[in-house]
Design a protein around this ligand. Structure first.
Ligand code: FE2
Length: 123
């Protein structure tokens, strides 16, 4: 995935949306690296090489979570869903059922710039 693979003409996109795109692409790249390192470590026939690759995999997980935290801070819908699902226990599907009746943020268009995380003025 290219780091600047915008789906819409750039002139139609706000700086907040461009930054969210950058963060989402970065998260995807970090998770892809985790997947590749994990497979590579498992396939390695050398214990020390496997340890090095696993170390790198774990660092990519940290990078991915740093990206996700940036996204959470800049999108109220990501924030609400992260708070709803991450760290929950029991059936993940049941978490949604239990939350029915609460206001859904789905119509807030990722919540970028709404409430938390306005990027206005940031470059
Ligand atoms: Fe990374």
């Amino acid at each position: 995935m290219s780091s600047e693979s915008y789906h819409e003409p750039l002139e139609l996109l706000s700086e907040a949306t461009r930054n969210l795109h950058r963060a989402i692409v970065s998260l995807c790249e970090e998770l892809q690296a985790v997947d590749w390192y994990h497979q590579r470590a498992e396939a390695s026939s050398d214990d020390e090489l496997r340890a090095v690759i696993t170390h790198n995999e774990n660092e990519e997980i940290e990078h991915a979570m740093m990206n996700l935290e940036w996204i959470r801070r800049h999108s109220s819908v990501f924030d609400a869903n992260i708070k709803k699902y991450l760290g929950s226990t029991g059936s993940i599907i049941a978490v949604e059922s239990a939350a029915r009746g609460e206001a859904s943020g789905a119509s807030a268009s990722l919540g970028v710039g709404l409430g938390i995380g306005s990027l206005r003025g940031s470059k």
